[in-house]
Write a protein of this length. Sequence first.
Lengths: 286, 330
Amino acid sequence: MELSTFLQMFVNGTMIGSQLALFATGLTLVYGIMLIINFAHGELYMLGAFAVFFFCEQLGLNYFLSLILAMIVVGLIGIAAERIFFKPLRGQHIPSFVMSCGLAFMFQVAAVLTFGIKDKAIDSVFPGVVNILGASVSVERLMVSLISAVLIIGFYIFLLRSRYGRAMRAVMQDPDAAALQGVSINQVCSLGIGIGAALAAAAGGLLAPVFIFNPWMGPVLTWEGFIVVCLGGKTSLPGTLLAAFILGYIKSFVTTLVDPVAALMCGAAILGLILTLRPQGLLGHE
Amino acid sequence: MNSNNRTKWISLIAVVILLFLIPLFVKSPYWMLVLTLMWIHIIVAESFRYIVTTGEYSFAHVPLMGMGGYASALLAMKLGLSFWLALPLGVLIAALISIIIYYPCLKTTGTFFFFASFAFGEVMRLCWVRFRVPFGGVGGLRDIPRPDAINIPGLPTVEFTFLTHVPYYYLMLVFMLFSLLIMYLLERSRLGAIAAAVKESKVLASFVGIRVWWYEMVIFVIASAFAALGGSLYAHYTTLLVPIEFYWGLGIYVCIWAVVGGTGHFAGPIVGTIVFSLVREFLRPIPQLVPMVYGLILAATLAFLPEGLISLPSKILPWIEKGLAKVKER
C-alpha cells in the first residue's frame, strides 16, 4: 500500500471519527443522564444539516453564523422534545425507546413537508486541495475535523470547569445522590439533551457542504452512534471519544481495502463482541 | 365469573368464524393482500411479545424472520423440496441459528441484550447482502416457488398461483390461528409461569431453583421459530426476498406494534398490528403523512395509556358508567 493511499484513508477516518465523536457525545449524555435510548438523535443531526441549508442557502447568511443558529435552533427543539415527550416516561427504557422512534418519524415527516424529498447540497465553504506527502487531501475535510475538535474541547471545558458541567457529571454518576445535593434533575435533563442536540446539529451542519443530504439520513448514523456509545462504555464520555475514532478508522480502512458491506459488518460485529465479552465497554465501569 | 368466561369464548369463536367468512364479502384483491400480510405480521408481533414475557426485548427477531424465509426458500429452490416440507425445515434451521445468536448474549440483560441481539441479527442480515452465492446479494432471491396445490380426494383442488388470493388468505389465517393457539397454551402452561417468575426477578427465580438461562433460551428459540414461520410464509407468498426488508426498520415497527398494543396482555400485539395496518391503509392517499400519524398515536398511547391500546376499554368504561349514572340521577 502506498503512503498516499494510507494518508488519504487516515484523513477520511479522522473526519468520520470526529463526526461520530460529536454525534455520539450527545447520545452518551442523553443515555447517561436519562437512560433514554434516543433513536431520534440521528434526526436531530439531519435537522442540523437542513437548518444550515435553510439559513445559508435560503436566507443567504454566512456559513458560520448559520452553523451557530442551527445549533441553537436544534438544541431548543431537543429541549422541547424532552419536555413534551420524554418527561412522562423518565426511567422506563423500552417505552422511551419506542417514543424516540415515534419522534424520529415525526421529524422525518416534518423535514419532508418543509424541504421536499429531493437530495440537497450546500456550496463548498473551503474549496481547494492541499498536497501532503503526495496525497491530495481536500481542505474541507481537514477543516471539518478541526472545527469538530474545537467544539469537543469547548464542551469538555464546560463539562469539567463549570457548575452545570459538574452537576451533569454528578447526575450521570448517581441521580439520587445528585438530587440530594440540590442538583435540579429537570434542569440537568434539559441541559443534557439541549447540548446533545446542538452537537448533533453541528455534526450535520459541518457535513452539509461535504456530502449531499436528505430527510432519511438520520437512522444510519444513529446506529453507528450506538456502536460508539456501547464500545466506549455507555456512560463514559472519554470512552465515547476513543470509540468514535476507532470506529471512524475501521470504517475508512475497511471500506477502502475490502468493501462497504464488510465495514458495516465490522461495526455490527464489534458491537456484539464488546457487549458479550466486555459489557462495560472500553473505558466504562460496571 | 363463569358466565363471563363463557361470553368471552363465544365472542372469540364468533370472531374466528367471521375471519373465515371475510373472503365471501371482500372481493377486492388489494384488501385480501392487506389482510393476508396482516396475519403474517400478527404472527411476528405476537412472537415478539412472547420473548417479552421473560422481560427481555429481542432485536434479532426480524432478521430471524428473514432467516426462516431464506432457509425455506433456498431449500425449495436449490433442493427442489415442496413448500410443505421446506416450511418446517426452514423453521427448524432458523431455530437452530437462533440458538447460535442467543448463546453469546446469554450473560447480557436489559439494554445490553437489546443491543447485542440487534448486533448479531444485523451481522446475519449483512451476510445475505455480502454473500451472493447462496443468498443472492443485495437483489435477494426471486422466483421462490409458490406452495404446491393441495389435493384432497373428493374435494376441489386448491391451487396457489399469482391470481388466487383466497387460498393464501386461508393459508395465512390458519397458520396465524395455529401460532396464536400454541403461544397462548404455552403461556398458560408451566413454561409461562416460569417466564412470569423470571420477568419478576431473575435472582429470586434462580433462588427457587429455576434454571433462568435455560428457560430464557427455550422461550427465545420458540419465539424465533414462530417469527421464522412468518418469514417463510412471507417468502413463499411474495416469491421475493430482499435483505433490505429485514433491516431494523421493520424491527422497530414490530416493537412499536407490540409495545403500543400492550405487551402485558396476550391480545396487545394483535390490536397494535391491526390498528397500525389499518391506519396505513386508510391514509393511503397521503402516504407521506403516515409516519407522522404513527408517531402521534404512539406518543399519545405511551403518555396516556402506559399499558397499551389494549387497556383503552378498561380506562374508558368507568367514564361511560359514571356518565350513565349521572344521566340516571337526573
